[in-house]
Each structure stands twice: as structure tokens, then as C-alpha cells.
Design a protein around this ligand. Structure first.
Ligand SMILES: Nc1ncnc2c1ncn2[C@@H]1O[C@H](COP(=O)(O)OP(=O)(O)O)[C@@H](O)[C@H]1O
Ligand SMILES: [Mg+2]
Length: 429
């Protein structure tokens, strides 16, 4: 029986989806995480603890493990483990992206440089240092602009500024976010992060950040699979809520896209160019693009699949999930990707309306009863301290819908969201 190594940070939302896919494909699983975890039902060969911050050391550790328990595929499930995945796959001679490409994709500045060099449409950018004089810097950046960290995800720390005052405030705020130990210690998707005012300063906070020209227009998310450098489209999501800032909460994703087929072709071609520019060749791709008057513009391309529980809306053929495709590809199984279900479906990531402690949740049954709603899943728990964007990177939960049209999916999601009431007790001043 084949064995797949899943790199699963303990904060990942993706555990169940990948374990279920492994069961369907009848493969053995070893779960590697950064802490000894609670998947106690797995046998000793099923668990491994790795230092995700040190790709080469992690690869060495896995190589030793693999002498006893041979590994046929490695799958990093979230952005924070993409580089480790590439290092391990290289050490074991498995199908994956080159480490250099994975590192490049994990750094927004390096990605922008590669896009620029390859002539891929992407926002104009400038690398800035926190040591620079901020009001002076404000006189040299374009407005409106976006201030962002180089290595976080989930829109954490991403802020729009329309004028010099907003710019200086955004840079100050980003500096505070990056100085928070939980953030500087974990590159990637910190699922539960909160920067308390009294947090101790980090040992080595980031020195630099990116400023980009704000690119307006509708945004889409593309899910694809790379094989030998060729990008195959798996699903295209419309994001019907306008993303104008100042913060960029992801809310509703609806698929199939309602865009014209020619536009969808252009999006795929732009994402393909971007993946090539980064040197990505194998495995899942999650790309975000804006549609401008001159065509699609790449916001980012990540060598991983869609985050959170969102992949649940994707159904390929009968009983085939996105994770089945990712595992099958990593194992080098020869298969045809079954067609994505044409039935319109969507997900809403429930944003955190304000900071505080989650005390009560009302209306769950009403939300579940809304026509078209498949499921409502809360990911925050009662008593949890909630931190909204841009400091936090959490969601309250996920709403899933299926209906006869994309519009009906949106209506179902919004109606169900309206039924929910979250009682949040503000933090004591
Ligand atoms: N230059 C830009 N112009 C317009 N919107 C942007 C720009 N950069 C980021 N955004 C918005 O912020 C969101 C998050 O930014 P992104 O670079 O994708 O960071 P993250 O890795 O945290 O998702 C994007 O999905 C987009 O809506
Ligand atoms: Mg993004």
C-alpha cells in the first residue's frame, strides 16, 4: 500500500478533508505537524513531529523515517509548509516543486520580481523598510496603494491607503502586527493569532514590507493543478463582494464563475504565466486575480489548494473531492480529472465583526434552514478571543450553499448569514 506524508500544521482547517481523501484512495498516511498532535488513532508510523521553520532539517528527519516506512508522496496542505514540502520531496526524489520555486512563491516581494521579469501583469510595487522615514516615504508612493507584509496570508496585515496620513497609519499598524511574537514566529497561516497590547516584542520582526498600487476591479480565485509545468483549471470562483479595502476580508466565493468563457480563458492563461514565472511545476495552485480594463492582473499565486473549509464546495464526478485529486497527483497516479459539478455552489467565510470574546451564537438552526444552505460550520468556539483583520487571521465559520444559479447561491449565503447573531463581549479597556 502506498504511503503519503501529509504536512499538517496543528492549526490547519484541512485535516479532515485530506484524511478522508486518503481513506477513499486507500493509502496509508503519516501526518507530520510542528507539535505532537492528538490524532491518537494513528499508529506510530502515522505521526511525525517536524520543525516546519527549518526545511532542510525537516527533510533530513523525514529521510530517516522513510528508511523504515517508505513514503510515496508528500503533500503540504497550507502555505506555511509549502517550502518544507518541497525540501522533503527533493530529499526523497518525489514529485513536487523545486525548493527555490516554493520559497519564491512564499515571498510576495520575490514573486513580484519574478512576475515583472517575465512580463506577467501584476501591480506596480516597491519594497520598503520599516527603518525609512514614513511621512517622507508617503510622498513617494502612488495612491491609492496597498501596504502588505511579505510573508503572511489570509489578508492579515494587508491595508489600503488613499492618502499620506492613511499610509503612515497603515505602516505603523503593520509594524505592530509583525512585532507580535505569534506572527513573527509563524510564517504563513496563523489560524489563531491575536496581538495583545502587552505582547513581548519578537526576537526578529520583519524589516521590510511591500507597497503596491491598488488595482481595482472584480476579483476571482482560481484552483488549478500543475503537471510538468502545465496548469489545468479545476475551478474558478467569483468573489461577488467588492474588495475595496481598507481591509480585505474574504467572504463569498461562488463557482462555476459567471464570467464569459473568453475571460475565463484569459484568467487561466495569466495564472499559467504567473506559475511559470515562479518556477512552479507540480501540484495544486491557488491564484487570485483582479480583472482590469486591460485584462487579468495577478494578485498572487500560491502552490497550495484553497484554504479553510472552502474546498467542500467542490465536487468532481461522483464522490471525488479536491483533496483526492491532490493526493492522486502527488502519488503520480495516472488519472483523468473528473468534471467539476456544474451545479452552482458557494461558500461564505464568516468574518469577525469586532474584537472581543465570543460569548453566544444564535440563529444556527434558522441559518441551516434557509433554502439552498447545505451546511453551517462554526470554527470559532465559545470563549474564544476574536481578532478581526488586519491583526487577526480567523473566521467565525463557514456557510455552504448549492442552488440553481450563482445568484441564488449568493442570496442563500447572505440570507443565512443574516440569521446568525454573534454576541461578542468587548475586551476590557
Ligand atoms: N495591489 C493590490 N490591489 C488591489 N487589491 C489588493 C492588492 N494587493 C492585495 N489586494 C487585496 O488584498 C487581498 C489580500 O492580499 P494578498 O496579496 O493576496 O495577501 P494574502 O497572502 O494575505 O492573501 C487580495 O485578495 C486583494 O483583494
Ligand atoms: Mg491572497
Amino acid at each position: 500500500m502506498s504511503r503519503v506524508l501529509l504536512l499538517l500544521p496543528t492549526t490547519s482547517y484541512r485535516t479532515d478533508a485530506f484524511l478522508e481523501a486518503a481513506t477513499r484512495l486507500d493509502v496509508e498516511v503519516t501526518v507530520a505537524s510542528e507539535q505532537s498532535n492528538s490524532l491518537a488513532h494513528l499508529n506510530p508510523a502515522g505521526l511525525l513531529t517536524l520543525d516546519f521553520t527549518n526545511p532542510l532539517a525537516a527533510a533530513e528527519c523525514v529521510a530517516t523515517f522513510a528508511q523504515r516506512y517508505p513514503i510515496d508522496a508528500v503533500v503540504p496542505v497550507d502555505s506555511q509548509v509549502v517550502a518544507v514540502g518541497a525540501a522533503i520531496a527533493t530529499a526523497l526524489g518525489l514529485r513536487h516543486n523545486a525548493l527555490e520555486a516554493a520559497l519564491c512563491a512564499g515571498d510576495k516581494y520575490r514573486s513580484r520580481l519574478q512576475f515583472q521579469q517575465a512580463g506577467v501583469a501584476a501591480p506596480e510595487f516597491r519594497l520598503c523598510s520599516f527603518a525609512e522615514d514614513r511621512p517622507e516615504l508617503a510622498s513617494r508612493v502612488p495612491f491609492p496603494c496597498v501596504v502588505k507584509p511579505l510573508k503572511l496570508s489570509g489578508s492579515q496585515g494587508v491595508m489600503r491607503a488613499d492618502n499620506p496620513q492613511q499610509f503612515v497609519a497603515a505602516v505603523n499598524r503593520l509594524a505592530a502586527i509583525l512585532a507580535c511574537p505569534e506572527v513573527s514566529g509563524a510564517e504563513g497561516d496563523p489560524a489563531v493569532v491575536g496581538c495583545g497590547a502587552d505582547a513581548a516584542p519578537a526576537a526578529d520582526p520583519a524589516q521590510e514590507f511591500l507597497v503596491e498600487r491598488f488595482v481595482g476591479g472584480p476579483e476571482v480565485a482560481l484552483e488549478g493543478l500543475l503537471t510538468g509545468g502545465k496548469l489545468q483549471l479545476l475551478a474558478l470562483f467569483d468573489k461577488p463582494d467588492p474588495l475595496e479595502g481598507p481591509f480585505f476580508e474574504e467572504t463569498i466565493y461562488v463557482t462555476p464563475s459567471r464570467l464569459a468563457p473568453e475571460t475565463q480563458e484569459e484568467i487561466l492563461s495569466c495564472a499559467q504565466q504567473a506559475a511559470r514565472a515562479l518556477g512552479l511545476t507540480e501540484g495544486p495552485v491557488h491564484a487570485e486575480l483582479r480583472l482590469t480594463a486591460t485584462g487579468p492582473t495577478v494578485i498572487e499565486v500560491n502552490p497550495r489548494s484553497i484554504g479553510g473549509l472552502c474546498s467542500r464546495v467542490l465536487r468532481f464526478g461522483i464522490q471525488c473531492a479536491l483533496e483526492d485529486l491532490i493526493l492522486g497527483h502527488a502519488l503520480d497516479v495516472d488519472f483523468e480529472v473528473p468534471a467539476l459539478s456544474r451545479q452552482p455552489a458557494g461558500v461564505m467565510m464568516i468574518p469577525i465583526p469586532r474584537a472581543g470574546r465570543l460569548c453566544e451564537v444564535h440563529g444556527l438552526e434558522r441559518a441551516r434552514g434557509v433554502a439552498g444552505i447545505d451546511d453551517v460550520t462554526l470554527s470559532a468556539h465559545l470563549g474564544q478571543r476574536l481578532v478581526p483583520l488586519p491583526e487577526g487571521a480567523q473566521y467565525l465559520g463557514f456557510l455552504f450553499a448549492r442552488a440553481e444559479s450563482g445568484e441564488a447561491v449568493e442570496v442563500a449565503l447572505r440570507t443565512a448569514h443574516d440569521q446568525l447573531e454573534f454576541v461578542i463581549e468587548a475586551d476590557a479597556p
